[in-house]
Design a protein around this ligand. Sequence first.
Ligand code: KG4
Ligand code: ZN
Length: 376
Amino acid sequence: MIILGIETSCDETSIGILEAKKTKAGFFIKPLNNTISSQIKIHQKYGGVVPMLANREHTKNIPIVFRKALRKTFGSEENAVSKIDLITVTKGPGLILSLLIGVNFAKTLAWFWEKPIIGINHLEGHLFSFLLPEIKYPKPKTLSMQNAKIIFPAVCLLISGGHTQLIYIKKFGDYKIIGETRDDAAGECFDKGARILGLDYPGGPAIAKEASKYKKQGSKYKMLDTEYKLRLPRPMINSQDYDFSFSGLKTALLYLTQEINFSSQKKKLTPILAYELEEAITDVLIIKTIKAAKNLKAKSIILAGGVSANQRLREKFQEKLRSKDLHNINFYAPLLEYTTDNAIMIALIGFFHYLNYPHKKFWTWEKIQAEANLRL
Ligand code: KG4
Ligand code: ZN
């Protein structure tokens, strides 16, 4: 079947088209198109997403992105109508002013085209984005039932600008949040940390770029590092639960910059502080995730969400999981193109829901509503 995905939960307007079917052995998944229009440049000067601006941009961009995706995949909008079997749309969580644009667009389309439509939890989309094959990949991915036995039960570390959660996944549709942040999300800590250091939004990639300068040319910064002892705390790293806390880390960074008169040597100090912040955040995320996976006897660890693009995090996870007592735990992370918000992951979840309940008349537009605070 061909599934249309629509995603507008934050600052990315995305339309995805996925071909998927159930086979004897498992599933066949082939992303046909993943068109994304990012608003980063618009929000950058404000240091974060401005909801009213996001609303305006989604309204302006959704028909353009939609038309582009349809024309590229099917040649024309008219051809698309007969080919698309199912519409899926992110219904939450997210910014309500952003969600409403995608939800209303999708509902109108479902009514006009007389197609079934499923409202999807954005977080569920992130959870399974590791399954998606490359868009340019010549062969689609076949997931066998055997794969499921290797993957689940799994512990997923879901890390984005708004969420930091550890989720125990028994199987598709069966999730338990076992830990989460008590204040800021990991992505928020990267973003706020970057702002303290005078770096651009989004902070994650900016911090990673500065940190890599320190990693590549450590000796250049060694003297300053030893002189100032630039160390940050690893909040809650030894706590008994699986919760996180990142707001203190951001404050610790702010105090540190004040103590060492950061602005006078900004260029030299930024890579050291960025490195230390990246290490502090990733250390806590990794220790807690591995602890959960071990205690709960998970077969795998899955990364999901925007922060999962962080290379250092991936490297450190892989390094740790090579150790003798952990090498039985599999490690999965999405391709970089699927770490950020995208509509293909929404279409994939819609496919699984439809397989579980394949009744066209059940999935109607009247049932769908945007829910800003939707939980998993
Ligand atoms: O999932 P996402 O695209 O949007 C939300 O739903 O929040 O995540 C965005 C977050 C931002 O906080 C951004 O700074 C962070 O992901 N991020 C990164 C990296 N790339 C994006 N954080 C660390 N390292 C990265 N390479
Ligand atoms: Zn997201």
